[in-house]
Write a protein that binds this ligand. Sequence first.
Ligand SMILES: *Cc1c(COP(=O)(O)O)cnc(C)c1O
Length: 340
Amino acid sequence: MNVIDFRSDTVTQPTQKMREAMANSVVGDDVYGDDPTVNELEALAADKLGYEAAIYTATGTQANLLALLSHCERGDEYIVGQQAHNYRLEGGGAAVLGSIQPQPISEGENGSLSLEDIQAVIKPIDPHFARTKLLCLENTHSGRVQSLDYLKQATALAKSKGLASHLDGARLFNAVVKQGLNVKTITAHFDSTSICLSKGLAAPMGSLLCGNEAFIHKARRWRKVLGGGMRQAGVVAATGIIALNEQIDRLAEDHDNARYLADKLSGIQAFQIKQDYLQTNMVYAELNYAEPSKLTAYLKKHGVLVSAAKTTRFVTHKDVDINAINKTVDLIKRFFVEEK
Ligand SMILES: *Cc1c(COP(=O)(O)O)cnc(C)c1O
């Protein structure tokens, strides 16, 4: 039985073309800079996002950590959202490994950080304070697209205060496809950007950090320090080239499927769709039912993986289609009928 998995867009299987590219990849030792496939991927990413250089990393967490370690020194701080991945979900790596202090602030409307709040936490230059060095933003944020206007204003504010800006763009291409923009229109406002190849873009692993030459040079040193210097990494980098060249436009399908799923779920009384989150490939729904784990177990028994909770997140991706969605919604309906 084929499992239908809504837990995340990280669960995708590599495409057949990716598997063939892996088998046929031309590789070398990337720590010596000798892997032509890694070099091609890094050049492709830098070119696509409009930066001088890029570095291939094992994970998005590693790419964000390299950004923090390369923008900040010991005793510096970065401004970041309370719910941001690179504050909340990366094990405190910047503090653990870089002696870099986070300055989290609560997200406001649509997951953005208000300009007033950003301004208010930037510290004066004074021995009492950590040195505020960097603003980190995330796009998309829990499936929500950050407007270009907002990104421009927030990064302009950072720049006017002498701060650098980093964009955690793990799902940046979902925003790009949704807005019909060239990705450079967004990245032009940031000193660095990280992107994930292993989410909606279907590569089995890998992320990229992009920035100017000097910054990526620094990041390359930190990647080695973290144990992230890989050898014949072209074997997987080959899938990243396909991800960037062929998997971006189809994200529109995932967005359509999320809308379709939300529409179907809204016919089930226990689910209340959070419409303001319904922007790209994620459906957030309040679940008005006391034992979500029972629903999770029932679906799992029938080959559907969903992490049901008070707020349940469904993520669409290339390995769930309309049939999978219909089957899932039918199962959920049956569950609630049987529960009565
Ligand atoms: C997934 C994700 C990352 C990094 O994820 P890895 O699992 O380490 O590859 C970073 N930021 C955001 C917003 C993410 O969703």
